[in-house]
Design a protein around this ligand. Structure first.
Ligand code: ACO
Length: 366
């Protein structure tokens, strides 16, 4: 029997997170996401890496390491400014992370990677905008520092909290495609930088982390259309995917989308963009339930991620890199877990090509 796309296949044990796709539940290290998302980025990251909430001293230690890890090595800064301007930010990030080194998996390196990726994104953005990368401000926490480096000014409390909540909600999600990529690479006993580089390449695709910018195009198209419902109906009839809808695991509402929507409604309920998002969500769910009965297609986290990033004036090319900056926490937790109980990932494939060898066939695979 072939499990196409490994759907429904359990390939490892994990203590990092649990997803109940039928009930719409997401648990990090035993704690419900609704509880985790009220904490800070640093606390949630500590929980994923160490398995417990930090005490005050441990939190201070982690903050110190994250601040130290922000330093961008000179050769990586030069690389970020030398790659062709037309190269997309995810490809730039993939190349820059690879250039960072090739160390063995460790929590220290996980912290450094998590700290430095936002600075890489900001550095490339500054160069593309012909502006100067602001000097790092040490005392700022992770999410606040990220926004400061991106825009060169202090974010409002609402913006800081919106980004922090988004990053906590998206930092981990079980054996998703990019975490799986990271684990496959780690399972060969390769280094942590190679494993994260694999994950970034996987994250880039529009069926995974590339969705938020496509959501933005979808919303813009809906805004311009004279008949939004007809536009959506036509898309589904043509076999197009509505970006920001559906999920491999959730067959009910995605709890992360619900949490982000709640943040947005409390902070930006009157915003035109938010109103449009709500209208598109409602129309799409109705049309999907009519044209794709029994598929249980609702908004996924990327739908409201697009709205949240738009509310922070982020351009679409930053969406997937920001998602990456959050998800690197989960990837590195998976790489460490894989290393702790390693078995090489190596599934089989059924050969369906022609036989051109004498004496029948050989099923030998290497
Ligand atoms: N729009 C329209 N139809 C859809 C959508 C969608 N967004 N998602 C699934 N379907 C339909 C499919 O056409 C298919 O219909 P059929 O049975 O009539 O052929 C059925 O639902 C099942 O689709 P699958 O591709 O088998 O479902 P799967 O679980 O593999 O897909 C996926 C999950 C890839 C996320 C899909 O829902 C999709 O393409 N969504 C749009 C892209 C997106 O938003 N990606 C972000 C995901 S969240 C994340 O990665 C963090």
């Amino acid at each position: 029997m072939i499990h196409y796309g490994l759907k429904g296949v359990t390939a490892a044990e994990t203590r990092i997170s649990f997803i109940d796709g039928a009930e719409g539940k997401l648990i990090y290290r035993g704690y419900d996401i609704s509880e985790v998302s009220k904490r800070t980025f640093e606390e949630a990251a500590y929980l994923l890496w160490y398995g417990e909430w930090p005490d005050a001293e441990q939190l201070l230690m982690l903050k110190g390491k994250l601040q130290k890890g922000r330093e961008l090595p000179g050769h990586v800064a030069s690389l970020l400014k030398s790659l062709p301007r037309e190269m997309d930010l995810m490809s730039v990030l993939r190349t820059a992370v690879s250039a960072l080194g090739s160390g063995p998996p460790s929590i220290e390196e996980a912290i450094r990677l998590t700290a430095v990726v936002p600075v890489m994104i900001a550095c490339r953005k500054a160069w593309m905008d012909n502006s100067v990368l602001p000097d790092s401000v040490n005392h700022l926490d992770h999410a606040e520092h990220f926004l400061y480096m991106l825009f060169g000014s202090m974010p409002t409390e609402t913006q800081r909290r919106a980004l922090e909540t988004y990053m906590i909600l998206t930092m981990e999600h079980g054996m998703n495609a990019s975490a799986f990529s990271a684990r496959v690479t780690a399972s060969t006993l390769s280094d942590i930088h190679s494993a994260v580089t694999s994950a970034i390449g996987t994250m880039k695709g529009p069926l995974h982390g590339g969705a938020p910018s496509e959501v933005l195009s979808f919303l813009a198209e809906a805004a311009e259309s004279s008949d939004m419902e007809e536009l959506i109906r036509q898309k589904v009839c043509r076999g197009e995917r509505l970006m920001g809808f559906g999920h491999r695991v959730y067959k009910t509402r995605d709890p992360r989308a619900e949490a982000l929507k709640a943040v947005l409604l409390s902070e930006a309920g009157d915003d035109d963009w938010m109103k449009l998002s709500l209208k598109v969500e409602e129309a799409s769910i109705n049309i999907l339930s009519e044209l794709k009965p029994g598929r249980a297609l609702y908004t996924n986290v990327e739908f409201y991620a697009a709205a949240i990033m738009k509310s922070m004036n982020m351009k679409a090319d930053l969406f997937t890199p920001v998602f990456t900056a959050a998800r690197i926490t989960g990837w590195t937790a998976h790489i460490l877990e894989q290393e702790g109980n390693n078995i090489l990932f190596r599934p089989d494939a059924q050969y369906v090509g022609p036989w051109r060898v004498p004496n029948g066939h050989s099923s030998q695979q290497k």
